[in-house]
Design a protein around this ligand. Structure first.
Ligand code: SF4
Ligand code: SF4
Length: 222
């Protein structure tokens, strides 16, 4: 899932204090699962803002609404009535949400309440770990189902580096060297010899370094 954490309240306040009528919009998918930007968290943020603004003598209103996904036009467009008359849309979605609101409601200012951080998996209760950088050309079949792009601190495609010690990454003894994990996984299939072959250069044009990407599902008209 996409994970995102709420910005510090003081940062949000510095933006919202400039506006009179605010709509806080939650998103009930990824950020709801990671307990940071779903309906409950959007309502908590709206309550916190109302209280702070009352104490600071700021007029206007803070309303809230939550949609299923802020990454789809139909859900964003469905709250047009609530957006009417607002000066600011404050989104608690990942950073896709506020951008789509800015597209769909070009006359209303939009602000993110969140910092989007990664594509992650739940490793423990309430702990997420990054597993994918969306590079657009997945090669993990060759690395035992383990991504060196996002899980190696140096994004090495032919590792390990010289800093790997005792199976741990040089950035911290708490972090496994992903190339040790890859070696162990391939060895469990008797394939560790594959690592003696140097992989060719990766085509990074499919990553975000090739500019904004578009995906079109074959067989469907936009
Ligand atoms: S190789 Fe690319 S697509 Fe595959 S897991 Fe790694 S970053 Fe994600
Ligand atoms: S120690 Fe391993 S995981 Fe860390 S940077 Fe070097 S190769 Fe990558």
């Amino acid at each position: 899932m996409i994970t995102a954490e709420r910005k510090p309240f003081e940062q949000i306040k510095a933006v919202t204090d400039q506006f009179e009528n605010i709509l806080v919009v939650g998103c009930n998918t990824c950020v709801a699962v990671c307990l940071t930007g779903g309906e409950k968290e959007a309502e908590q943020l709206a309550s916190q803002l109302r209280l702070q603004r009352k104490n600071d003598g700021i007029g206007g209103s803070v309303e809230t609404v939550t949609v299923l996904r802020q990454c789809e036009n139909e859900y964003v467009d469905a709250v047009a009535a609530q957006v009417e008359g607002k000066d600011l849309i404050l989104s608690t979605a990942c950073s896709i949400g506020p951008q789509l609101f800015a597209d769909r409601f070009p006359k209303v200012r939009v602000a993110p309440a969140m910092n989007t951080n990664m594509l992650g998996v739940v490793k423990q209760h309430h702990v997420w770990t990054e597993y994918c950088a969306a590079c657009g050309d997945c090669g993990i079949f060759n690395t035992g189902g383990i991504c060196p792009i996002v899980r190696c601190a140096k994004t090495l495609l032919n590792g390990p580096c010289g800093g790997s010690q005792g199976g741990r990454c040089e950035i911290s003894p708490d972090v496994p060297c992903v190339w040790q994990l890859i070696y162990d996984k391939l060895a469990s299939f008797g394939l560790e010899g594959n690592l003696s072959r140097i992989g060719g250069p990766k085509n990074w044009s499919k990553s975000s370094s090739g500019g904004p990407r578009t995906m079109k599902k074959e067989g469907f008209e936009p």
